[in-house]
Design a protein around this ligand. Structure first.
Ligand code: SF4
Length: 363
């Protein structure tokens, strides 16, 4: 009965407090999850129709100076085969993606000093010049504010930086002492102030996570009001300190997707590759739980297996064109379709008005 009341409150006010979130996440049963999924799916359809935004993911470097305990490309993993794409390789991925109908390119990598900020700016400028109807998303970790500013001025539209956990003690469980939750949050606020469409997010089921820490995550998202939220199950990687930890659950991930859709109705919400790895129909179930984005891989086949953040990642041996037809089939099987569209955040107008920014490209 109490859970019913919480679901009603979430649907009507978009808000729960810390205790209520924790109770919902701890006590919701399968029927409650289905009710939440139905409401979240209806909300996503009201906002975006049955079109799914597609982002082409280009994993351009797996070098990283950091050592996050959960990550397969952490610097201490000496077994990782390191690679760094040249700008021409990145541009070739974009050309292939454009022909396949991608209108957003996500350049993702570790915090790699070997691929300089300047080179990244010039690469973004070239992409924006060659494919002016496309958006560029960067996902390259923590940088100084002035560097973020230079990325934005080079034409980058969006930035993904998962916060991973908003709880200080839990953050310490997942990261070495050199990394700080305060700095992570400062980066997210800076990105927002600069004018990026900003994505935060977290893993579900990471070691030490509880209903209470998840409640903190949701409250942080409520406060940040990001344009995108990336949520996927924690999946262990065999060459990390968390190799023996259990994976996060698909059901709990789906529940959280629904909660986020209902809390932030206009958010861009991917059904992640990690969800597709945890369950064979994970991405379809993610869409049916309120997600509206998928991010297929456009990286060259030769490097796909080297960008292993977790074990058994899917789609590491398929050509981009194969990925596209597979995904189109999967979407069609649940009554959705691939949108050939930049897929900007509906909040963009609001953001630019509040920041006093007017840009033609995003208008
Ligand atoms: S999670 Fe990101 S910052 Fe941490 S080690 Fe992996 S690539 Fe580097």
């Amino acid at each position: 009965m109490y859970i019913d009341t919480l679901i009603q409150q979430l649907c009507s006010t978009r808000r729960l407090d810390q205790t209520q979130w924790a109770a919902l996440l701890r006590d919701a049963g399968a029927q409650d999850a289905e009710r939440l999924a139905q409401a979240a799916r209806a909300e996503a359809i009201a906002q975006f129709g049955k079109k799914i935004y597609i982002r082409g993911l280009i994993e351009f470097t797996n070098y990283c100076r950091n050592d996050c305990y959960y990550c397969g490309i952490r610097r201490s993993n000496v077994k990782a085969q390191r690679y760094r794409l040249a700008p021409e390789d990145i541009l070739a991925c974009c050309a292939e993606g454009y022909a396949l109908g991608f209108r957003t390119f996500v350049l993702q990598g570790g915090e790699d000093a070997g691929f300089s900020d300047d080179l990244l700016c010039r690469t973004v400028e070239t992409i924006k010049k060659r494919w002016s109807d496309c958006a560029v998303t960067l996902s390259v970790g923590e940088r100084d504010r002035c560097v973020y500013q230079s990325f934005f001025e080079a034409g980058a539209d969006r930035y993904l930086l998962r916060h991973e956990t908003a709880d200080e003690a839990h953050y310490r469980r997942l990261h070495p002492a050199a990394l700080s939750l305060t700095r992570r949050k400062e980066c997210l606020w800076a990105l927002k102030e600069i004018g990026f469409q900003v994505g935060a997010g977290f893993m579900v089921g990471s070691p030490g996570q509880t209903a209470e820490t998840l409640a903190e995550d949701l409250l942080f998202l409520q406060q940040l009001q990001p344009h995108m939220v990336g949520i996927g199950p924690f999946l262990p990687h065999k060459d990390t300190p968390f190799a023996q930890e259990s994976s996060g659950s698909t059901e709990q991930t789906l529940l959280l997707l629904s909660c986020v859709r209902l809390m932030l109705p206009q958010v861009l919400l991917p059904a992640t590759t990690a969800l597709g790895t945890a369950a064979v129909d994970g991405r379809e179930r993610g869409i049916l739980a309120g997600a509206n984005v998928v991010m297929p891989n456009l990286s060259p086949l030769s490097v796909r297996k080297k960008y292993m953040l977790y074990d058994n990642k899917i789609c590491t041996s398929d050509e981009s064109a194969q990925c596209r037809s597979c995904l189109q089939r999967r979407l069609a099987s649940i009554g959705y379709e691939w949108a050939v569209d930049r897929g900007d955040s509906p909040l963009l107008g609001t953001l630019h008005a509040s920041a006093g920014i007017v840009t033609e490209q995003n208008g």
